[in-house]
Design a protein around this ligand. Sequence first.
Ligand code: A2P
Length: 317
Amino acid sequence: MEIIERVSQLNSGMKIPRIGFGTAASPQNIIQMKQAVATALKVGYKHFDTASIYGTEPALGEALSEAFRNGIAKRDDVFVTSKMYAADHDDPVSALKTSLKNLQLEYLDLYLIHWPINLRKGVSHPSPKEEDFLPLDIESIWRGMEQCVELGLTKSIGVSNFSSKKIGDLLSYAKISPAVSQVEMHPLWQQKKLRDYCSNANIHVSAYSPLGAFGTYYGSNSVMENSVLREIAEKHGRTVAQVLLRWGLEQGVSVLPKSYNSCRITENYQVFEWSLTEEDHEKISKLPQKKIVRREGLINSTTSPYKTIQDLWDGEI
Ligand code: A2P
C-alpha cells in the first residue's frame, strides 16, 4: 500500500495538511457549517478553507475560537486558508485584516488571490456587469500579497483559478513565489498540464470541488455518478467519494472536500489506510475530461480582461 503523508511541504517553509475542509455555504447553511467544523476537528481535519466571498469567515472563526477555548484544538495545529475577493484587489493588506477580524485570528496560514479579475468595490455577483470590471494589474496585487507576508499577517500566499501561463507571468516578477495553486481538480478534470507546471516550479496544488461539487447549483453529479469510478469503489468496498479523494492524494495534491453531514465528514477522512491500484489509475487516466467550474460570467467583449473562455483559462479548458 502506498503510504500517503498527511502533510505536504510548501516552498514557504510551512506544511499544509493534505485533507482540507471546504466551507463554501449558502447563507441558510451557515449554522450547519459551523457545527460541521466542530465535527471535522474531532474527526481529525486540520485544514479549513474559506474565502471572503463565501461569507463563512465569521462562522468558521466562531467554531475555531470555541475549539481553541475548549482545548479541542490549538491555533498552531490548524491550517487556515482564506481568499481575497476580486473587489478588494486595490488593498490586499486591508482585505486580509478584515478576514482576520472575521476569523478572530492573528494570522492566516495561507492567503490566496481568489480569481484573476478586478472588480469595483462592493460587487459580489458571480456574473459581474460590464461596468463592474476594472483594469487588471496582477503584479500590483501580488506586491500587496507579499506585503501581507512581510507584515506577518499570513505565513504563505498563493493563487486560485490561475492557468499555468498566469502563474508563469507572476513568477517573472514575484519576490515571494506563490506557495499554493488552488484549482478545480478531480478525475474528470485532472489538470495534468497545470500540475506538471506547478511541480517544476515547486508550487503545491490544492484541489477544490474534488467531488465535482456534487449536488450544488454550480457543480455536477457527473463525477460522483461516473460508472468507471463506481466500479472501482465497489471493488475496494469504498464509496465513490473516498475513491475521488484517495485519487487526489495519490496524485500528490491536497484535497478540499466539503460536507455538512457528520457521517460524510467522517467517511471523507477515511482515505489513508487503503490505496488504489495501478490498474485503477490507468482506467482513471483515460476518463474523458470536462471542466465543471467554467465561469462564463467573467467574460465580456468590452471591459473584462477575457473576451472568451479560452482567454480566461489560457487554453486550459
Ligand atoms: P453534504 O454536505 O450533504 O455531504 P465538493 O467537495 O466537490 O465541493 O462537493 C460537495 C458536495 O458533495 C456537497 O453537496 C456535499 O453534500 C456532497 N458530499 C460531500 N461528501 C460526500 C460523500 N462522502 N458522499 C456523497 N456526497 C458528499
